[in-house]
Design a binder for this molecule. Structure first.
Ligand code: MRU
Length: 374
């Protein structure tokens, strides 16, 4: 997508050095556009754990690159299989909820199985990383194309008045390499001159909505309004929201959805006010081995993310304390929205019900466990 009218993805290979992967350091947005060089598996681990980069599909792409970068340091004395298994376990421990992390690493290990020469493994790992990146970009584009008719229908019903879309966290191109998931139909509608307006939930404690989604929408010229997380229910009660679009970090086979903390409350409010609540996700964010949301690990992050807020103070990125000293704090980073509150899942193969039957209708090959290369 565009940044100062120049096309960017959120991860790419250094144009002058293919041993370096570059990412946008999202910690500094929207105040500073900073690019970070990732040169080792350790750089990737830290960038994922400390959220220099975040968002399920991007976490997967970074982890895939981490396996490639790790091979650059494989020495002749290392047993390649043991070495890779160790690096894979290390990378998988960076964050627990987004299933893309482990799935992308397993995809690399499968692609590398049977290879023994270091050169062959490096070549194959880079190729597999590039394939994954193109798959995720195409998945998001298709999600946008399948979801666009939902927006077009509302636009017709409103005689062309702006379609008010509420979103939570950042499920945009920053999180997904390009287009985004929840944002893809918004960008395609805007490109097609269908009037849209986004309600952007700030998304405490790390403010991915306020910092990242607002920045993305501004750069694309899409009208948006920032709201406090707690304002969403009030907006729905007052018929100010036509549709809710969010992403997912891990969706279970029964359609239960793990996403940024606060998503569940928006789903409850949407149900109570008959507002369609859609989850946009590539198949890489579906856990084909987990039956229900109860089995999805929920990350608990540092309590100081809750005790403090980050922002710009006198022109400098700063952190301010917002609670009395020594206040107890608790910081679950994700929650589970039960399938029953989800109007539909929007994937690269189309829209289906949030259920095993729905997923089977679009992904019979994956539900049955018959592997199709992911
Ligand atoms: O903690 P984060 O910022 O990685 O959480 C991200 C989200 O919850 C996104 O909504 C999700 O990863 C989907 S991105 C397409």
């Amino acid at each position: 997508m565009l940044v100062n009218n120049k096309h960017y993805r959120s991860i790419w290979i250094h144009p002058g050095d293919e041993h370096v992967i570059q990412v946008i350091d999202q910690r500094y947005l929207p105040f500073e556009f900073r690019v970070e060089d990732l040169k080792s598996v350790e750089d990737v681990f830290i960038a994922i754990r400390d959220m220099h980069l975040r968002g399920a599909p991007l976490i997967g792409a970074a982890a895939s690159a981490g396996i490639y970068l790790s091979l650059l340091n494989l020495s002749p004395s290392d047993d390649p299989i043991e070495y890779l298994a160790q690096k894979a376990a290390y990378l998988k421990s960076a964050r627990p909820t987004a299933v893309n992390l482990a799935a992308a690493i397993d995809r690399q290990l499968k692609a590398l199985s049977g290879l023994s020469s270091r050169e062959d493994m490096i070549f194959k790992a880079l190729q597999e990383w590039e394939r994954l990146v193109e798959d995720e970009v195409m998945n998001c584009r298709k999600i946008g194309e399948f979801a666009l008719p939902l927006i077009e229908k509302i636009s017709r019903e409103k005689d062309g008045l702006p379609v008010n879309i509420l979103t939570h966290c950042n499920a945009g191109w920053l999180a997904c390499i390009d287009y985004g998931t929840a944002t893809a139909p918004v960008y395609l509608a805007h490109e097609a001159d269908i009037p849209v307006h986004a309600w952007v939930s700030e998304t405490r404690p790390r403010l991915q909505g306020a910092r990242l989604t607002c920045w993305e929408l501004r750069e694309q010229g899409v009208p948006y309004t920032l709201i406090a997380d707690n304002a969403a229910g009030y907006l729905m009660q007052n018929k100010l929201v036509d549709i809710v679009l969010v992403g997912s970090d891990r969706t279970a086979l029964n359609g239960d959805v793990a996403n940024k903390i606060g998503t569940y409350m928006k789903a409850v409010a949407a149900k109570d006010n008959s507002v369609p609540f859609y989850v946009a996700l590539p198949s890489s964010s579906i856990d084909w081995k987990i039956r229900t949301g109860k089995d999805i690990p929920i990350e608990e992050r540092d309590e100081n993310e809750v005790r403090f807020a980050e922002g710009m103070v006198r022109g400098r990125p700063s952190r301010v304390r917002i609670a009395p000293l020594h206040s107890m704090a608790y910081n679950p980073a994700f929650d589970i929205t039960p399938a029953g509150l989800v109007t539909g899942l929007i994937s690269e193969r189309g829209i289906c019900a949030a259920s095993r039957e729905g997923l089977t209708s679009l992904f019979p090959d994956l539900v049955s466990g018959k592997d199709t290369g992911y």
